[in-house]
Design a protein around this ligand. Structure first.
Ligand SMILES: *[C@@H]1O[C@H](CO)[C@@H](O)[C@H](O)[C@H]1NC(C)=O
Ligand SMILES: *[C@@H]1O[C@H](CO)[C@@H](O)[C@H](O)[C@H]1NC(C)=O
Ligand SMILES: *[C@@H]1O[C@H](CO)[C@@H](O)[C@H](O)[C@H]1NC(C)=O
Length: 392
């Protein structure tokens, strides 16, 4: 039985409390000061450019700080998020995990010299964009209505609009022909989206205007894929050619879902997982269709569902001690109700937990997932892995 209503309300209330917490405002002001003091100049050799760039689209799994600049209830620029993020010395950056996201690690593994920086950050300007740009936003989804509970977020339509802006800037920086070569040959477009379309749209109760009351799962999944087809096609029109698209993970196994449904350690909630699998099967078909129809483009399918499920099921094999309990969070058996923030309980062995918080994997889990995407086999990444995609 689903008992979302009171708990979602509770979540929203605790998020509001957090958003208006005094310390948070101080931290935001300090952060703005730091940014305005930091250097805007970037020295960049042509050699750096040949290492390529990532253009990252998606949700909180890969957001690197865009939501810091939005009036939203979904924010991660509060400690202890980022505690293990070396590039910031452990200061929160807006990433929804303790360290690097999958997008960060994939970029490193592919030899890129800088993390893709958040589109909304004021210093993501000039030649800095040639190192890659991140458009991802916590709470965002394929559908515009997804994540409305957070008041604000960048949905996928907007993220593509923003890339259209970046695309023109690359033209100005490099000239049209070099720019086109950079975008088609040296750039990887990664898209990690869809979880919120279920968690913060279809599965939400009536109060948040979820689509479930009016639509069958099949027709909702249809809508999702039709929108995604349009979004990927728009990126193609803007010269993107090397794509990697993640499917939706086992969202019924996240500590939040397991806690509110009062499951045991080894169970997962069946409806969210069933919906994810339904979407994932059709996503695979869509990518195959696009590979056939959009000339010169490669759409790589990242099987995040099976990868994360493998970590959850066989966690001990990978050196984890828990795949059910959030390292940072509170409430219920799996610390899965109150989001991670300054007053949360935090585990001491962060690299031994698959989940950092009620929703997101830890850096240790991200590392295993990212390495599989870069060099792994066809059951996880196909038709080619990301190292092969880069070298096409
Ligand atoms: C922008 O500023 C942040 C915060 O100071 C810094 O960490 C980041 O490296 C800067 N990014 C660029 C592209 O200069
Ligand atoms: C979503 O919002 C964008 C920007 O406001 C708009 O261009 C687009 O048409 C919207 N999509 C739908 C399906 O309503
Ligand atoms: C990009 O923006 C231009 C307007 O500047 C618009 O005409 C064009 O349709 C947009 N392209 C895509 C793929 O959205």
């Amino acid at each position: 039985m689903y008992i979302y209503v009171p708990l979602d309300l509770f979540l929203a209330v605790s998020a509001i409390t957090m958003a208006f917490n005094f310390h948070h405002i101080v931290a935001l002001v300090m952060c703005l000061i730091t940014i305005s003091l930091s250097s805007f100049g970037i020295s960049q050799s042509d050699e750096d450019l040949t290492k390529g760039a990532s253009f990252i689209f998606g949700d909180s799994l890969v957001d690197a700080g865009n939501n810091n600049y939005l009036p939203t209830l979904s924010r991660a620029n509060i400690s202890p998020n980022g505690i293990d993020f070396k590039a910031s010395g452990g200061t929160p950056t807006g990433r929804y995990t303790n360290g690097r996201t999958i997008g960060d690690i994939v970029g490193e593994e592919l030899g890129q010299t800088h993390y893709a920086s958040p589109f909304l950050a004021p210093n993501t300007t000039g030649r800095a964009i040639l190192y890659g740009v991140n458009y991802a936003s916590g709470g965002g989804g394929i559908m515009n209505a997804t994540g409305r509970i957070f008041v604000n977020r960048l949905s996928m339509d907007i993220q593509v609009d923003y890339f259209n802006i970046t695309r023109k800037q690359i033209d100005q920086l490099l000239g049209p022909s070099k720019a086109k070569e950079y975008v088609t040959k040296r750039s990887i477009f990664s898209i990690t989206i869809g979880s919120n379309d279920f968690l913060n749209n279809y599965l939400l109760p009536v109060i948040s205007m979820g689509a479930r009351i009016t639509q069958s799962p099949n027709s909702f999944v249809d809508d999702l894929l039709n929108h995604l087809r349009g979004q990927l096609t728009r990126l193609y029109q803007l010269d993107a050619r090397k794509f990697v698209i993640g499917n939706v993970g086992p969202i019924g196994c996240i500590p939040y879902q397991k806690t509110i449904n009062q499951l045991s350690e080894v169970e997962c909630v069946s409806l969210p997982n069933k919906l994810a699998l339904q979407y994932n099967a059709r996503l695979k078909d869509l990518l195959q269709e696009l590979n056939e129809n959009l000339e010169g483009a490669t759409f790589v399918h990242a099987n995040v569902y099976d990868l994360v499920m493998e970590l959850i099921t066989n966690y001990a094999k990978y050196g984890f001690t828990s795949s059910s309990k959030a390292c940072c969070g509170n409430g219920g058996q799996f610390a899965g109700i109150i989001p991670c923030g300054p007053s949360s309980s935090v585990c001491s062995d962060r690299d031994k937990h698959v989940f950092w918080d009620p929703y997101h994997p830890s850096e240790a889990a991200n590392l295993i997932i990212a390495k599989q995407l870069v060099d792994g086999e066809k059951k996880y990444i196909s038709p080619v892995n990301l190292r092969q995609l880069r070298d096409l």
